[in-house]
Design a protein around this ligand. Structure first.
Ligand SMILES: [Cu+2]
Length: 145
């Protein structure tokens, strides 16, 4: 009888461990919303980009860090910076766009040491911006080296 009990105890522990390992992390269950998806913005001027993080209950969730990277395919005008948490789970950052056409925005969210990146699309229209054609890094407030 004792052996059966031991076996059941050990099995239960294993089951608990397996379930714990398989349950998705807070980050995996977090929905990343880029509020500016598919919008069209004027080149050469700053616009506020916003991200909302939503947990599986539909509530806003904080993150340790949210980073925004915008660029055009096969081009080199990286617009980057760490987003500021304005309200729980609501992040914002001011960045310019440099050239007319389609841009992509990659939002990287870090929660509990894990990272997840999602990509979105937006557009720019207007004159080519000489000031920002080589990009802009909001964390250092200038064009990157
Ligand atoms: Cu371009």
């Amino acid at each position: 009888m004792k052996k059966i009990v031991d076996f059941m105890t050990i099995s239960s522990i294993f089951i608990v461990l397996i379930v714990a390992c398989q349950s998705p992390s807070a980050l995996e269950e977090t929905e990343i919303k880029f509020m500016n998806e598919n919008e069209i913005h004027k080149t050469g001027v700053f616009h506020t980009y916003e991200v909302a993080l939503i947990d599986k209950e539909g509530e806003n969730i904080s993150a340790d860090q949210v980073f925004l990277y915008m660029n055009m395919e096969r081009m080199n005008h990286p617009m980057t910076g760490t987003m500021e948490e304005k309200d729980k789970g609501k992040f914002a950052l001011d960045l310019p766009l440099a050239m007319e056409g389609e841009w992509y925005a990659e939002v990287t969210v870090e929660i509990d040491g894990q990272e997840k990146t999602e990509r979105f699309v937006l557009f720019a229209e207007g004159e080519m911006s000489e000031d920002y054609i080589r990009g802009y890094d909001a964390d250092i407030d200038r064009v990157p080296e």
